[in-house]
Design a protein around this ligand. Structure first.
Ligand code: OFO
Length: 169
């Protein structure tokens, strides 16, 4: 049985992961509009990952014998000036997700819910990888400027392949 507080926080995280997926769809569409197909693909793949993250938490709540609370998913921002703007917003968003995942882990720890804490560790580590991956892209963007080098980076981002981290879900 999950505590009321942990159930609420996990339910909110399902919503946050689906919101992330929706936000990244909006950003992917914006990148397409900017003519950056590879970047659009990278962000679309990120959106698919976020759906998988949300579904996995949903399944965990069900596995623990609980019912998640459902809330509306917020409307994402759809206008972005350029690719730097998009990736800066992605980094800020991932940093806010990291805070909510850490908050979830703290609740599980306070509840002495070792199973939930263990479950959440995957997400804690994933956030380290996500922030680091986006920071790397931002560093490269600072170096490339525009023109051919931006197109080369766009091609590189276009090679990302979606791998479902939870194929059993
Ligand atoms: Fe779900 O990892 Fe990003 O937000």
């Amino acid at each position: 049985m999950l505590s009321e507080k942990l159930l609420t926080a996990l339910s909110d995280q399902v919503n946050a992961e689906y919101y992330s997926a929706y936000l990244y769809l909006a950003m992917s569409a914006a990148a397409t509009k900017l003519g950056l197909k590879g970047t659009a693909h990278w962000i679309f793949t990120q959106s698919q990952e976020e759906m998988a993250h949300g579904t996995n938490i949903y399944n965990y709540i069900i596995e623990r014998g609980e019912t998640p609370a459902f809330k509306p998913i917020e409307k994402p921002v759809t206008e972005y000036t350029d690719v730097h703007h998009i990736f800066n917003e992605i980094l800020k968003h991932e940093q806010s997700v990291t805070k909510s995942i850490n908050n979830l882990a703290t609740i599980a720890m306070t509840d002495a819910d070792h199973a939930a804490y263990q479950f959440l560790m995957w997400y804690v580590n994933e956030q380290v990888e996500e922030e680091s991956g986006v920071s790397d892209i931002l560093d490269k963007l600072k170096l490339v400027g525009s023109g051919d080098s931006l197109l080369a980076l766009d091609n590189e981002l276009g090679a990302r392949v979606f791998v479902n981290p939870f194929p059993a879900n």
